[in-house]
Design a protein around this ligand. Structure first.
Ligand SMILES: [Zn+2]
Length: 453
């Protein structure tokens, strides 16, 4: 398969003004980089990894975190979240979303443009970026809208947003599909010129009117209008061909079907610059969950069938699907505790994502921690050309790191999550793996489930 999607960090566009890195030293003791080898200590100085070795000592007064053989990974990167600010601060804010990200092991997230107002001009993007840096719990990158007001009619100014202080590098109308092929063609040509990524929410709306569930036996039995696979796959196929003919970098949001996997595989075999993500919920949940009519399971695209989850899992292992993204989508209880068809689509994901991927793929033995670092940190950072994240754990690299405890269980309770909303589909489920600590440029942002500072 082609390496065309592997990028050289020297060619990445810069990021906006960053909060100052933590001054002084931080010493992490008893960690195993990528879960390999013997325990080592990692000394961080002024936000950069200064030394890795055995029995390192720090100067007096230096913060020391003592661990016992925990897994050290590059800080996780999520290129698909909804932090709801501006506009729906009753369900999530940049502060609560950043806290959830830090607790989940993330050092960078990309928050979608379907805010109110829509992130379709530089001033809104800059406001999100600067607020995120003031909080300094996680780098919150605003995603710019592809079309003004997400209306699918007029392109936004990619160049102005890319040049703004927010340094917008990814554009998406996520929540809606850019279904008009002429608008998408213009978008991809414009994006190629600006060297920004387009992320498509693949859903032909003419095939999903009133749909709330995957089109299949479960929806038929429950009397719910079906959302067929072809509504996703037809757009994936069209956009892959557009990327082939017009050359822009195209990313498929939340791949959910077996057919999408086949199309992404085809695109990669043909050297087309197409990448794809999958959510934890599309890897482990199916539409059988809908039997209870619980609105917490309504999501877009919908939970599908086992043949889809199996194909997506194998594709993630094989590298056909590039990365995991949560599509973290907070909603208030009044938006979820109602008739299934009226529930807002979306689920929380930031605090449960790594534990699910670690348990399903690493603890069960199909993959190792290096693979998890690839699909949850390195590839997502490469896809959006984000410098400083998803980097090797090595001297001289920025200290964006996640410490994972692969043996510490915890039980998911919506009310205990840092997120302002409680719509987790994993309520009362036991997770086998925990985040022990998250470090952003040398600053501890979360430690043993507590958000720092
Ligand atoms: Zn979406």
């Amino acid at each position: 398969m082609s390496n065309r999607n592997e990028y050289d960090e020297a060619s990445y566009p810069e990021v906006g003004p960053l909060a100052a890195p933590a001054r002084g030293q931080l010493l992490l003791k008893g960690v195993r980089p990528y879960g390999e080898g013997e325990d080592v200590d990692v000394l961080i100085e002024d936000g950069v990894i200064a030394e890795i070795g055995e029995n390192l000592t720090a100067e007096d007064g230096v913060e020391v975190l003592e661990f016992d053989s925990l897994v050290l990974l590059p800080g996780l990167v999520d290129i698909h979240v909804h932090l709801r600010e501006p506009g729906r601060e009753d369900t999530e804010t940049l502060a609560t979303g950043s806290a959830a990200a830090a607790r989940g092991g993330f050092t960078a997230v990309f928050t979608m443009a379907n805010t109110a107002p829509v992130t379709d001009d530089p001033s809104i993007a800059e406001s999100v970026w600067l607020k995120g840096q003031a909080l300094n719990l996680c780098d919150v990158h605003p995603v710019g809208a592809i079309t003004k007001g997400l209306k699918g009619e007029t392109l936004t100014e990619f160049g102005m947003m890319a040049d703004s202080q927010a340094k917008v590098r990814m554009f998406s109308d996520d929540g809606k599909c850019v279904d008009n092929p002429l608008i998408m063609r213009r978008a991809i040509e414009y994006a190629r010129g600006e060297d920004v990524l387009l992320a498509q929410h693949c859903e032909d709306p003419r095939l999903t009117a009133d749909a709330s569930a995957h089109e299949g036996a479960t929806a038929a039995r429950l009397g719910l209008t079906g959302w067929p696979r072809v509504a996703e796959e037809s757009i994936v196929a069209r956009d892959a061909i557009m990327a082939r003919d017009y050359g822009g970098r195209m990313h498929i949001c939340h791949a959910s079907t077996e057919g999408t996997v086949e199309l992404v595989k085809w695109a990669k075999e043909h050297d087309i610059p197409l990448t794809a993500e999958v959510t934890p919920h599309h890897l482990i949940l199916t539409d059988e969950k809908l039997e209870t009519y619980d609105g917490v399971y309504r999501v877009n695209p919908p939970l599908r069938e086992q043949r889809d989850t199996l194909a997506l899992r194998q594709a993630l292992i094989d590298g056909i699907i590039d990365c995991v993204a949560t599509d973290h989508a907070p909603h208030g209880s009044e938006e979820k505790c109602c008739e299934f068809e009226h529930a807002k689509p979306g689920m929380l994901g930031l605090e449960t994502s790594m534990p699910i991927i670690a348990e399903e793929f690493v603890l069960k033995g199909d993959c190792d921690w290096r693979w998890l670092a690839k699909v949850m940190s390195e590839r997502p950072a490469q896809i959006v050309k984000l410098p400083g994240h998803g980097r090797p754990i090595a001297v001289g690299e920025p200290a964006n790191l996640t410490v994972v405890d692969p043996g510490k269980k915890w039980t998911v309770r919506g009310e205990d999550l840092a997120s302002k909303s409680e719509n987790t589909p994993y309520e009362e489920m036991e997770m086998a793996v925990s985040v022990a600590a998250t470090v952003l440029r040398g600053k501890v942002t979360a430690l043993n489930g507590e958000v720092a500072g």
